[in-house]
Design a protein around this ligand. Structure first.
Ligand SMILES: Cc1ncc(COP(=O)(O)O)c(C=O)c1O
Length: 429
């Protein structure tokens, strides 16, 4: 079942672009309720809720105490860029430190990439629902985001034909995120190969957002550049340590690709922030080169949480929840829950869940996908189990889920409300 999309590509303006502020707003409401002592489980964040692993924080502390406290290269430290290059698709010639530019997170890397390839007013194709930060970054660089609608029916993945239908003379780039946010969808090798050949044919840049690359539950994710190396001069990779290493606040990301956009990005960094801070670079180097046990353990935990939440949601009448192939979110379709009019939209439903179930989720409207809810499962097993219980208990509406005791309490409350209303009508007369 899918909700609201028709297969028409639309340009997004500043006013209509979904914003990640909507996501932050839900988080802020959940945090405010928690601060007032309300027991809230937040599935709203787009980040792991665990602290960064000690081997990483210790490297940062060591760098702060004994490290280089002075200016460094605009590109970033060579050792870190070498470690990043080693993780890029294996091509011939291989990527080296010189092909990598450090940035303040993946979002910043994305902005640098777009700035380097876009002229004002040029269009960037984005599969939607997708991460609102993509459209935001396009707008911030003077480009025009063009939404390419995707639905659950096609696994929330756009095909080369979908991109071709949305292409205009001003199309300059396409952003691919695999796994995607919010759907967790992963492109197949066939789909990526077709998209790469389409991009080559039409001179369209492919910006591959690989930030969830390590967070996958099946086969390793195919990479567009590994599949079609001819795309190398027309492809920019953006990624970072934020998600896989629980380092969202450290703000470390990177951009990799051909000389010309990399040189522009480097110049921009040099002219604006000089370089990414040394301490966070030391932390990222430790993250990438240290023992990866914590990453593997986190992935196992996410998989268990994903399965638990997916099963619980699919057991609720009116909810359809495909198991995501990657990433940190389930993205159930709850359109059927809206049909009896208790909630006019998923914004209202999300508000209601926060207030009545103590579970914070992001309404699909934040992704131009009304009828859906996004729930992050990069949380503790106990929180995932409690969230699943609360959702099961509160959805669908009371009538079909109450125990006899709860039904008696509900009936008593309803009677009291009726009596109170009648009394106030009497008084006001
Ligand atoms: C697809 C995608 N790309 C990039 C980012 C931003 O990553 P970073 O925190 O490294 O800027 C996010 C954050 O939610 C995301 O979902």
């Amino acid at each position: 079942m899918n909700a609201t999309y028709t297969a028409v590509a639309v340009s997004t303006t500043e006013a209509t672009a979904p914003s990640d502020n909507a996501i932050l707003a839900v988080n802020a409401r959940a945090a405010a309720l928690r601060a007032r002592g309300v027991d809230v489980i937040s599935l709203a964040a787009g980040e792991p809720d665990t602290p960064t692993a000690p081997y990483i924080t210790e490297a940062a502390a060591h760098a702060a105490l004994h490290g280089n406290h002075h200016y460094g290269p605009a590109a970033g430290e060579p050792a870190l860029r070498t470690a990043i290059a080693a993780r890029l698709p294996a091509l011939t010639p291989a990527f080296t430190a010189g092909d990598v530019q450090l940035a303040l997170g993946t979002k910043h890397a994305l902005s640098l990439a777009l700035q380097a390839v876009l002229a004002p007013g040029e269009e960037v194709l984005l599969a939607e629902p997708g991460w609102p930060g993509h459209a935001g970054a396009v707008l911030a660089t003077g480009g025009v985001p063009v939404s390419v609608p995707v639905t659950a029916a096609t696994g929330f993945l756009a095909t080369a034909a979908d991109f071709e239908a949305a292409r205009s003379e001003r199309t300059r780039a396409v952003v691919l995120a695999s796994p995607a946010n919010p759907s967790g969808a992963v492109y197949s090798a066939e789909q990526l190969t077709a998209i790469a050949h389409w991009a080559l044919t039409h001179g369209v840049w492919v910006i591959s957002d690989d930030v969830y690359e390590q967070i996958i539950y099946g086969e390793p994710v195919a990479h567009v550049l590994a599949l079609v190396p001819q795309l190398r001069e027309q492809c920019l990779i953006v990624s970072g340590v934020s998600k896989a290493y629980a380092m969202t606040g450290w703000r470390i990301g990177w951009l990799a690709g051909p000389v010309q956009p990399l040189t522009e990005a480097r110049q921009h960094i040099s002219r604006t922030i000089t370089h990414v801070p040394n301490i966070t670079q030391a932390a990222a180097l430790a993250a990438l080169t240290g023992d990866q046990t914590s990453v593997r353990e986190a992935l196992q935990q996410y998989r268990r949480n994903r399965d638990l939440l997916t099963d619980a949601l699919n057991d609720i009448a009116g909810v359809e929840c495909p198991a995501p192939a990657g990433g940190m979110f389930v993205f159930p379709d709850v359109t059927a829950l809206l049909q009896d009019g208790l909630w006019a939209s998923t914004v209202e439903l999300a508000d209601w869940l926060l207030e009545h179930a103590g579970v914070a989720v992001v309404p699909g409207e934040a992704f131009h996908a009304p009828g859906h809810l996004r729930m992050c499962f990069a949380i503790s097993p106990a929180a995932a189990a409690a969230a699943a219980r609360r959702l099961t208990r509160h959805l669908p509406p009371v009538s079909s889920h109450t125990t006899p005791v709860e039904a008696a309490v509900d009936a008593a409350v309803a009677t009291a409300v009726t009596v109170a209303k009648a009394a106030s009508v009497e008084v006001s007369r």
